[in-house]
Design a protein around this ligand. Structure first.
Ligand SMILES: [Zn+2]
Length: 676
């Protein structure tokens, strides 16, 4: 029997986050692993049976494990403490080992195979058949067909890999939190916008310092790099940001080398040519070679725009007496040129984007387009007072799911913005509907004493993006949760999120939320026109930057063999994408959490791959009406509700009535190539 006084074993909805303590982790994990282990042995020893006896029972067992472990991982992202870290770190190898043992359980694998070949198995169709095929594929890909020696080696490597990823993330969090720079005189921060100054003053006050405090969290770094007139200060912050985890106790270099080595070994043991061929086998792109061609084509198409943008930045650096363009000048000069050419910058739009209004507008868009009602709900069981809680219902009032929001930086919280699926619901087997539960959060500029949280336009896009992932999770109507929501091919998963960003650029949509926080005035048309005119500004530079990261990721996993220092290899791989050697003296690798602590290894291309599909899919809204409820419902039914119930290219064809057009991305993001 479960000890439901342990909140990690309590299956009430929503999760009782306020009751979870680090002391609960060890006992909960031990209990759930022990009973899962028994269940797996029973399954492995049994024979015959129906779909529910075999696959259904297996799913129920692994689901228990994710319901226990999900909240632990989530808390380590949003409310990390030394005690939590310790408990998380102790339990992680057990979790990893269990997943390995599950996939290597001979009896279980035989039972699944036996079922697949039985009359009941052969008679399966549709979703259940797909799920059985995918499950067997998961087992095979995890090494179920290998000999004992290789299985043991794989398990050892996977446990080590999980531990290395955890240490990578912790190093990054600690290194980010450890940097503090106190600036005593206001004139040293010339150029910084009032929001950033106010925040820096507030941070200093909190730490008992006089003056202004600069940190390495995103809002602080961006404010300096985009706006500080003092080139030395920009250089210092840029350096500190990219120097994170490059030396000393928290050096991520050795972890990266070892992670890459393990991935090469895994692919080898499993019989693949390289890690990308293993990783991409079940994705839309299907192989490293296909991704290589995809990237090469896009790099070629982007190059003329990138050269144009680089030349413009270099000319501006020379013209403003900076001389050679340096890495810490790029964001600063971009803002300056943008301001001059379009009279618009990131800061001046903030007053029209108060966070609460933006969120309310986003919910209104979800209502008009997808027929969803989102309303704030009471839930005191959260991990921090900043956290919001909302319920989503469909047109018939059915409770589809609930979600948490958490938008401001804290030392105990990881960087970036993300969505987490905490509970995967869907149509219940006996009728009715189990609600989904999820989280969206990020690191936006928080409110100050004198004003509410005001977002930049870029932050608004981020919020819409994460909400797109949330919709994908929450709208899932797939009866088998393992095949529902965001459990889709990795290079399809960013389609619902990235497509949502389009609504941040449409007058009709902006009218629903862009309102001045003091006057209530709508975003003036001439300001919007300037914003739209600037939309493709520096598009070549920015797109090439994304491509350079995707290229680095692919080559690290496809071509790098461990024979040169990994930091040097990364520098030389990035070199063709930047104006001078100075730009690769420091680089993203030691803090590239997507590859070493997230799931993007050899799949970073998936952002731009998804963007190609999404740019094309949005053209249907652009033609038929951006708030057209019929197109919105079609998108919800054909894509958001479907999860992985069918192949992604079929879902795309259902919505568009044709295959994707690869030219859509460059047409939308960059326009007509510049004349040389
Ligand atoms: Zn995303």
């Amino acid at each position: 029997m479960s000890d439901i006084s342990n909140p990690l074993l309590d299956r009430s909805f929503p999760i009782p986050f306020d009751r979870i303590t680090p002391q609960d982790i060890g006992p909960a994990v031990a209990e759930v692993l022990a009973s899962a282990g028994e269940r797996i042995d029973e399954l492995g020893a049994g024979r015959g049976g129906s779909y529910n006896d075999v696959l259904g029972a297996l799913d129920a067992t692994t689901r228990e494990l994710s319901l226990t472990w999900g909240p632990v991982s989530h808390l380590s992202n949003v409310a990390s403490t030394p005690a939590l870290r310790e408990a998380h770190g102790e339990a992680l190898p057990e979790i990893t080992r269990f997943s390995s043992r599950l996939h290597h359980h001979e009896g279980l694998f035989k039972r699944l195979h036996g079922f697949a070949e039985s009359t009941a198995g052969l008679a399966l169709a549709g979703l259940r058949k797909r799920h059985l095929d995918r499950t067997l594929e998961d087992f095979r890909r995890a090494g179920a067909e290998l000999g004992m020696h290789d299985k043991q080696l794989l398990e050892k490597l996977r446990v080590e890999l999980a531990e290395l990823s955890r240490r990578f993330e912790e190093n990054l969090l600690d290194e980010t939190a450890s940097f503090k720079k106190v600036v005593p005189r206001a004139e040293d921060l010339a150029g910084l916008p009032p929001t950033a100054l106010e925040r820096a003053a507030h941070l200093a006050e909190q730490k008992g310092e006089d003056g202004w405090l600069l940190t390495l969290d995103m809002p602080s770094v961006q404010a300096v790099l985009q706006h500080a007139d003092d080139r030395g200060l920009r250089r210092e912050i840029h350096g500190a940001y990219l120097d994170r985890c490059t030396s000393g106790e928290r050096d991520n270099g050795p972890l990266i080398s070892r992670i890459l080595e393990i991935r090469r070994q895994l692919a080898d043991i499993l019989g693949y040519a390289d890690f990308p061929d293993y990783r991409l086998e079940t994705l839309m792109a299907s192989s490293g070679a296909r991704v290589r061609r995809f990237l090469d084509d896009l790099i070629d198409g982007t190059r003329p725009f990138h050269e144009r943008d680089t030349a413009q930045l270099e000319a501006r650096a020379r013209g403003s007496a900076l001389g050679d363009l340096e890495p810490w000048d790029v964001s600063y000069l971009m803002e300056k040129i943008r301001k001059e050419h379009f009279d618009v910058d990131d800061e001046m739009l903030r007053p029209w984007f108060p966070l609460d209004e933006v969120q309310a507008g986003l919910f209104e868009i979800a209502k008009r387009l997808f027929g969803l009602s989102v309303a704030q709900a009471d839930n005191p069981a959260v991990w921090h007072p900043d956290v919001g809680f909302f319920e989503v219902r469909d047109e018939a009032g059915l409770h589809l799911g609930s979600f948490y929001t958490d938008w401001f930086p804290r030392d105990s919280k990881r960087q970036g913005a993300w969505m987490d699926n905490l509970v995967s619901g869907g149509p219940a087997p006996g009728g009715g509907f189990n609600p989904h539960l999820a989280f969206i959060g990020g690191n936006f500029s928080p409110p100050t004493e004198s004003r509410p949280a005001l977002l930049t336009h870029r932050e608004v896009c981020t919020l819409f993006h994460e909400f797109g992932h949330l919709l994908h999770h929450t709208c899932s109507r797939v009866e088998i949760p393992e095949r529902g929501g965001v459990n889709v091919a990795w290079d399809w998963v960013e389609v619902p999120s990235q497509i949502m960003e389009n609504w941040c650029w449409e007058r009709e949509a902006l009218d629903l939320f862009a309102r001045h926080y003091e006057t209530g005035e709508a975003l003036p048309d001439e300001l919007l026109q300037r914003l739209l005119a600037a939309r493709r500004f520096m598009g070549g530079w920015l797109q090439m930057r994304q491509l350079s990261f995707a290229n680095l990721d692919l080559e690290l996993h496809r071509s790098y063999g461990g024979d040169t220092p990994v930091m040097d290899y990364a520098a030389s791989t990035m070199r063709p994408f930047v104006p001078s050697g100075r730009f690769v003296e420091r680089h993203i690798l030691p803090s590239f959490a997507h590859l070493f602590a997230g799931g993007y290894a050899s799949a970073y291309y998936s952002y731009i791959w998804s963007e190609t599909l999404e740019a094309d899919a949005f053209s249907r809204f652009a033609k038929g009406g951006v708030l057209d409820p019929e197109i919105g419902r079609a998108f919800r039914d054909c894509i958001l509700a479907q999860g992985d119930s069918r192949d992604a290219d079929e879902l795309f064809r259902d919505f568009m009535g044709r295959d994707p057009d690869p030219a859509a991305l460059i047409n939308r993001n960059l326009g007509t190539p510049p004349q040389p």
